[in-house]
Design a protein around this ligand. Structure first.
Ligand SMILES: [Zn+2]
Length: 270
């Protein structure tokens, strides 16, 4: 009899403990969920995503081992948070997801808690696509509705030549970064206003020089408006860092402050 009672009590304790654990788990997830999500990186990068990152992302290749680890986990987290949608093709490959997430993490590497929360969906077309709104063919865009749209062909070309100052992924992620900073959500206002004001002054000075035909470091598209100027400048910041710094150290250093990282010292152990 004592043994039966003992077993019953034992099973009861197990039952309570198990449920207690579940209750505590639910509470921890509810209370600390956002904290873990924002500041801790738990998931390791799936090898299917790691391979293309190692093979094609020059930025990642230049990082030191500890930064590589952070970069990988951040890529996995970005992929987990976004919905990738194929347009004009059957599916989105693992390689597409990995490299697109990689370009976003490259842009936000100086801001560990920024994941472009506003942008939940990433649309990928095989090539340039026709926009009914602008009635033109586009290679990519980032819109206030929360979409990042990319032409895969142009995205890949950006990374094949990583020294020409043209990179669609970096360009669109640069737009996403500025919009994310300006949209009222939990990631609002992560960029320093003072530095942004300085950047705006420098941009307008340079745009007017370009319009006067007095400066041609950036491609002419940069002079379209201040948003395009920023996106093109960021492409050059990563792909032609040394030339950019030599040409205009003040502008280069302002971008270092905006992005909170410096491609010229990439991979150095801090
Ligand atoms: Zn643009």
């Amino acid at each position: 009899m004592d043994i039966v009672l003992g077993i019953i009590i034992f099973l009861f304790i197990i039952f309570v403990m198990y449920n207690l654990f579940a209750i505590v788990r639910i509470f921890v997830k509810w209370y600390f969920g956002d904290f873990f999500n924002r500041y801790l990186l738990v998931a390791r990068l799936d090898p299917l995503y790691k391979k293309p990152i190692q093979k094609y992302l020059k930025y990642y290749q230049q990082l030191n081992p500890s930064d590589k680890g952070i970069f990988e986990k951040r890529v996995q987290k970005f992929i987990n948070q976004k919905q990738f949608v194929a347009r004009g093709m059957k599916t989105i490959s693992d390689e597409m997801k990995a490299l697109i997430a990689g370009s976003a993490i490259q842009l936000t590497f100086g801001y560990p808690s920024i994941y472009f929360t506003h942008f939940k969906r990433i649309l990928v077309y095989p090539d340039s696509y026709y926009s009914e709104i602008s009635q033109q063919y586009h290679k990519g865009e980032v819109n206030m509705g929360g979409l990042i749209v990319l032409s895969w062909k142009n995205f890949v070309e950006g990374y094949i030549d990583y020294e020409d100052g043209i990179n669609l992924g970096i360009h669109e992620m640069a737009h996403a970064l500025r919009l994310e900073n300006a949209i009222a959500n939990e990631e609002y206002g992560f960029l320093d206003d003072e530095v942004l004001r300085k950047w705006t002054d420098l941009s307008f000075q340079e745009i007017s020089k370009m319009n006067e035909g007095e400066s041609d470091f950036f491609r002419t598209y940069a002079a379209t408006n201040s948003q395009e100027f920023f996106a093109v400048a960021v492409e050059n910041f990563f792909e032609k860092s040394t030339d950019f710094y030599d040409w205009h150290p003040e502008m280069y250093n302002t971008l270092v402050k905006i992005l909170n990282q410096n491609p010229l010292t990439l991979g150095r152990l801090s």
